[in-house]
Design a protein around this ligand. Structure first.
Ligand SMILES: [Zn+2]
Length: 139
């Protein structure tokens, strides 16, 4: 049965707001190089939703796109971000999933991610920060 749950999120400056309908399929930490560069950290935490459950409810004209490619598969990754404050909003993957940046959502980075991909990129000093089911590589 489909959940009637709606989760809300907004960027740092509040220009962009989104809604995500239903439950996310997974919470995934990603340590791909591109996520590290974008975020300035050793991993991003993402909620994976089917693309058609995500709606930009405010500031859609400020939503910018960086056309990226997934590290290993070369699949298209559209990184959506706020053109004003630069916050990552979500990444649209070619397979139809959206990786919504968990910190922009109400409830944020809880609960602990079920999976952690691209752990091969975690530096030695961050090995203690692996979480969930660990996958050395990713998609
Ligand atoms: Zn913003």
């Amino acid at each position: 049965m489909a959940s009637s749950k709606v989760a809300h999120g907004k960027c740092l400056c509040g220009t962009i707001e989104i809604e995500a309908k239903g439950d996310y399929k997974a919470s995934v930490a990603c340590s791909c190089k591109n996520c590290q560069i974008c975020s300035g950290s050793v991993y991003t935490v993402n909620w994976a939703y089917p693309k058609d459950t995500i709606t930009v409810t405010k500031g859609a004209d400020s939503l910018k796109t960086y056309e990226d490619k997934a590290t290993d598969s070369g699949k298209s990754v559209l990184r959506r971000f706020c053109g004003r404050c630069g916050s990552g909003i979500y990444s649209e993957i070619e397979d139809g999933n959206c990786f919504v940046k968990a910190p922009i959502m109400e409830g944020g980075v809880e609960p602990q991610p079920v999976a952690h991909i691209f752990t091969r990129n975690l530096p030695e000093w961050a090995q203690g920060n692996k979480t969930g089911n660990q996958v050395e590589n990713g998609s």
